[in-house]
Each structure stands twice: as C-alpha cells, then as structure tokens.
Design a protein around this ligand. Sequence first.
Ligand SMILES: N[C@](CCCC[B-](O)(O)O)(CCN1CCCCC1)C(=O)O
Ligand SMILES: [Mn+2]
Ligand SMILES: [Mn+2]
Ligand SMILES: [Mn+2]
Length: 301
Amino acid sequence: KTAAIVGCPFRCPRVGVDQGPIHLVEAGLVDQLTELGWKVNFDGHHQFEEVNVAADPPIGKLKNPRLVSKVTEAVAKVVGGHAKKGELPVTLGGDHSLAMGTISGTLDAHPDACVIWIDAHADINTAETTDSGNIHGMPVSFLLGLGSPVPEFSWVKPALKPERLVYIGLRDIDAGEKRILKENNIKAFSMHEVDKYGIGRVVEMALDHVNPKRAYPIHLSFDVDALDPSVAPSTGTPVRGGLTFREGHYICEAIWETGLLVALDLMEVNPSLADAASVQQTVTVGCSLVRAALGKQLVRR
Ligand SMILES: N[C@](CCCC[B-](O)(O)O)(CCN1CCCCC1)C(=O)O
Ligand SMILES: [Mn+2]
Ligand SMILES: [Mn+2]
Ligand SMILES: [Mn+2]
C-alpha cells in the first residue's frame, strides 16, 4: 500500500508560505510511515508561489480568491491523480481552504466517499455569511454547492452531499454556519457530545451516520485546531476546550480500523505563530496523528 504525501505550505489570510508541511516532513514523517510498512511517495512540496495571479483584489468579502482557487484546483488534480492510482493521499497543510481541493480530488476518484471533518470550526460559511472573508472558513459550503456561486470557483463541483458529511470537535460556529448546518440537516458532534458520550461512542455514531453499512470510502479532514490548544498550540485559530491528545488519536485509530480510509488531510499546522517548543509540540502531535490514521496504535497491543 502506497501513501502519497502532498505537501501544501500555503497560508491564508496574510498569504505566505506556511512552513507547517515542511516541518512535518523534516520531522521524519516519510520514514515514520515507511516504518509502518507503507511505500511513501513524496515528490516535494507544492510551490504555490509559482501560481501567479496578477492582481487578486477581494471579491465581496473573499480574500485572495483567485490565488486560493488556483492553488486548491491544482491540489484537487494532484490528490485525484494519486487516488485514481490507488494511493492514499496524505495532504499536509497549511490552510484548510485546501480541503476544497483534496475532497474534490477524492470525490473524483471515489464518488461515494463520505467526509469526516475534525475541527473546532465548521468551515461552512458562504460568500454571504462569512464575516472574515477568509476562505479557510468556507471550503465545506463550496463542496456542498451552498450559497451564491463565485465564478472564480466554478471548477468546484458540488459533489458532496450533506448526508455524507459529519463533524467532530466543533466549539466555535458562526451564527450563519449554525443556520446552514440546521437547514441542511448536517450531523455535528460538538465537544459537548464528546463530553456527554465519550469519544468512542461519538466516533461510532458519526460512522453510523455517514457510513451505516461501512460501505463508503472515508476522507478524513483533520484540522489540528480541533485539539485543545494545550496539545496543538501552533495553529491559526486556536479555541479552548478541545480534544485531548488521546481523543485525537482515538479518532484516527478508529477510522483506520474501519479499513475504509482513502484520503487524509492534516491541516492548519502553522509554525509561524508560537515559540519553538510549541511549534515542535504541534509538529510532533501532527506526525503522530498521521501515523495513527495510517495504522499505528498509540497503546501498543
Ligand atoms: N469561522 C471563522 C473561523 C474559520 C476557521 C478556519 B479553520 O477551521 O480552518 O481554522 C471565524 C469567524 N469569526 C472570527 C472573529 C470572531 C467571530 C468568528 C471564519 O473566519 O469564518
Ligand atoms: Mn487557515
Ligand atoms: Mn478548519
Ligand atoms: Mn479550525
């Protein structure tokens, strides 16, 4: 079995190189996955700086729309290409807007895939509901085809259905997003449910919702800010009251155990935001989560 590492050192807003993916690879992720028995393809990080957009003024409130669209479309092609070859794309971010690309790529190769979105945030704002204009708060709305179309993103097919999406870890949802979740009957297990039922039951209920017969391939999109900031401090939009180290790993281990994982995103590791020790901790946790999702049991049996 082959894992294809897709490094996307892409940061928005204040567009720049998000060194997160570079740190993850430099921390030895390739060797760590090889030790797990994976054949690992890594053909270098995406050089999104080469994606040249002349002027990129905001469209409505949307910031860097043309750049984000071009970068995410390129990622869709790369992830889709790996998936069609039967490889497991492991996309390292970098901005969660990239999930517009990764999930489009997955759905191109696996039209019946379901999406398990681990995040403090719902990332489902539309062009109308966003307050920040940051597209990392919007990828899910594009994938579902919600809100008024934005011509620059016409390449994004609304290939995801609400019943094939489930969230775990939510605790910072905007008013507009709450409405959208309700109107579309989208299942979300917030930290309240994690406390109420425990992570084991929550993962089981999440899988029962999106994958009742365990027949659909799974795309796991993991935003490290789903973890408590004490666990993963170096990230763009930290929110208190997050998943513990173990809860984060349990999600990845349980999804691995289904045998249905076809794509993984490990997003929002942003080393430019904290001191060296906090960056190191976030990178180490990020690598550990990837290993857990690709078969490593934390508690060795
Ligand atoms: N919902 C937010 C945050 C999105 C986080 C993206 B992720 O999950 O990839 O990290 C927050 C919007 N707003 C910010 C100011 C205070 C009120 C909420 C937004 O910008 O849309
Ligand atoms: Mn971001
Ligand atoms: Mn996110
Ligand atoms: Mn988030």
